[in-house]
Write a protein that binds this ligand. Structure first.
Ligand code: ATP
Ligand code: MG
Length: 371
C-alpha cells in the first residue's frame, strides 16, 4: 500500500471541475488499495489557496478547466520551494501537449479512460520525486561541506602564516637578542683574557655562536621571508638563487616585468607554491635544470615551475600521505586561483599556479576627466 514518505496516508490535491470524474479517480485509487486523502478544487484561486494552506504529496490536474489550463496551475506548483509531483489526469490532449507538459517538468500523464493506471503512475511519480529530492539534498550537502572545508583551509592557512610570523618575531627578539649579547660578552672575555687556553675557548665559542646566529637567521627566513616585503619577483628570485646554491642545479627565472604588484595574500600563495614546488624538485626530480616563469597579463597571475627531471605517473601525485601538492591546490583556491600539474615519467614536471587578479586601479579609473 502506497503511503506518504512520512508513513501517513498520501495527501492528494485534485484539480477537477467535473464531480463525476473526481469520483472516478477516487474509486480507481480505492480499488488499487491506495491509502490517501483526496481533496478536490475547481478554480485556480481555490487551487492556489489549497497549495498555500498545506503540503501535498501529489497533484492531479485536469488539462482544460473553466477559463484556465493545467499550465496555469503548474506555474503555481513550480514556484513552491519543493514542488510535489504533478500528474495530468485528463481527456485526450494530444501527444504534442503531453510531451510539452513533461518537458515543463510535470511528472506524467494519465488519460481519463485509462484510470486503472492512475495508482501505478502516482506511485512511480512519488518514487522518482523522492529519488530526485534525495539527490538534490546530497548535492547540496556536498556543496555545503566543500564550502566548510574551503573555509577551514583558509582559516588554517592564515593561522599557520600568523604563527610563523609570530615565531619568527620571537626568534628575532628573544634568541637573536640573547645571542647578540653573548657575542658582545665573548668578545669582551677574549679581549681581557691573557690566558691562551681561555682565549682559544672564547674563539671556539664565538664560532659556535656564529653558527647559531646563522641558523636562527635561516629559520626566520623560512618562517617569514623578509624578502617578501620587496615584492614577488625578488622573493622568487631569492628562492631560485637559494635552490641553485643548495643543489648546484641551474634555476632560471623569467618574469614579464621587474616588479609585479599583487595583493599580499596572492603574493604569499605564489611564494609558498614556488617554495613547495622547488622542495619537490630537490626531493623527487633529479633534474638538469629548472625554469621558473612569473607573469601577470590580462588580469591573471601565472607562476610556472618546471623541471626536466624524473617526472611522475598520475597516481603518484595523489599518494595518501603526500600533502604538498594537495595543500597547494587548496591554497590556490583560497585566493580564487587553481593549480595545474602536468608530468609524465621521464619527461619532467610542470606546476602552474593561475590566479585572477583584481582590476588594477589605473584600469578601473574613470576616463571622463581626460581631455
Ligand atoms: N617535481 C617532481 N618530480 C617528480 N616527482 C614529483 C615532483 N613533484 C612531486 N612529485 C611526486 O608527487 C608526489 C606528491 O608530491 P607532494 O608534494 O604532494 O608530496 P611529497 O613531496 O611526497 O610530501 P610532502 O607532503 O612533504 O610535500 C611526490 O611524492 C612525488 O612522487
Ligand atoms: Mg612535497
Amino acid at each position: 500500500m502506497q503511503r506518504a514518505p512520512s508513513g501517513q496516508a498520501l495527501n492528494i490535491l485534485h484539480l477537477e471541475d467535473s464531480p463525476a470524474d473526481h469520483a472516478l479517480a477516487r474509486l480507481a485509487l480505492r480499488r488499487a488499495g491506495m491509502e490517501c486523502t483526496l481533496q478536490q478544487v475547481e478554480t485556480l484561486a481555490d487551487f492556489a489557496h489549497a497549495l498555500a494552506a498545506q503540503r501535498f504529496d501529489v497533484i492531479l490536474a485536469d488539462y482544460r478547466l473553466a477559463g484556465f489550463t493545467a499550465l496555469d496551475a503548474w506555474k503555481l506548483v513550480e514556484a513552491l520551494p519543493v514542488p510535489p509531483p504533478f500528474v495530468l489526469l485528463s481527456g485526450a490532449i494530444g501527444e504534442a501537449a503531453a510531451v510539452d507538459a513533461m518537458r515543463l517538468g510535470m511528472a506524467d500523464f494519465v488519460a481519463k479512460d485509462d484510470m486503472a493506471r492512475l495508482a501505478h503512475v502516482i506511485r512511480r511519480a512519488i518514487e522518482v520525486h523522492e529519488a530526485r529530492r534525495a539527490r538534490e539534498l546530497a548535492v547540496a550537502e556536498l556543496a555545503a561541506s566543500q564550502r566548510r572545508l574551503a573555509e577551514l583551509t583558509e582559516h588554517l592557512q592564515s593561522s599557520i602564516e600568523q604563527e610563523r610570523a609570530a615565531i619568527a618575531r620571537e626568534i628575532h627578539d628573544d634568541i637573536g637578542g640573547a645571542l647578540a649579547a653573548l657575542r658582545f660578552d665573548l668578545a669582551w672575555i677574549r679581549r681581557h683574557s691573557h690566558d691562551p687556553e681561555l682565549q682559544q675557548r672564547a674563539d671556539a665559542a664565538a664560532d659556535t655562536l656564529q653558527q647559531a646566529l646563522s641558523a636562527s637567521q635561516r629559520i626566520m627566513m623560512n618562517l617569514r621571508p623578509p624578502i617578501l616585503d620587496q615584492g614577488l619577483v625578488a622573493a622568487v628570485q631569492w628562492l631560485a638563487a637559494n635552490f641553485e646554491r643548495r643543489t648546484g642545479v641551474p634555476a632560471q627565472v623569467r618574469t614579464s616585468r621587474e616588479h609585479i604588484a599583487v595583493p599580499p595574500a596572492v603574493q604569499l600563495v605564489a611564494y609558498r607554491t614556488a617554495q613547495e614546488a622547488l622542495t619537490n624538485v630537490v626531493k623527487h626530480a633529479q633534474p638538469r635544470q629548472v625554469h621558473i616563469e612569473l607573469a601577470d597579463s590580462e588580469g591573471m597571475l601565472t607562476l610556472e615551475i618546471s623541471d626536466d627531471g624524473r617526472g611522475m605517473a598520475p597516481a603518484q601525485r595523489d599518494k595518501p600521505k603526500a600533502f604538498g601538492l594537495k595543500g597547494l591546490q587548496e591554497r590556490a583556491r583560497t585566493v580564487g586561483g587553481w593549480l595545474d600539474v602536468s608530468s609524465q615519467p621521464g619527461r619532467g614536471t610542470s606546476v602552474v599556479l593561475s590566479v585572477p587578479l583584481p582590476p588594477s586601479p589605473t584600469a578601473a579609473a574613470p576616463t571622463k576627466d581626460l581631455p
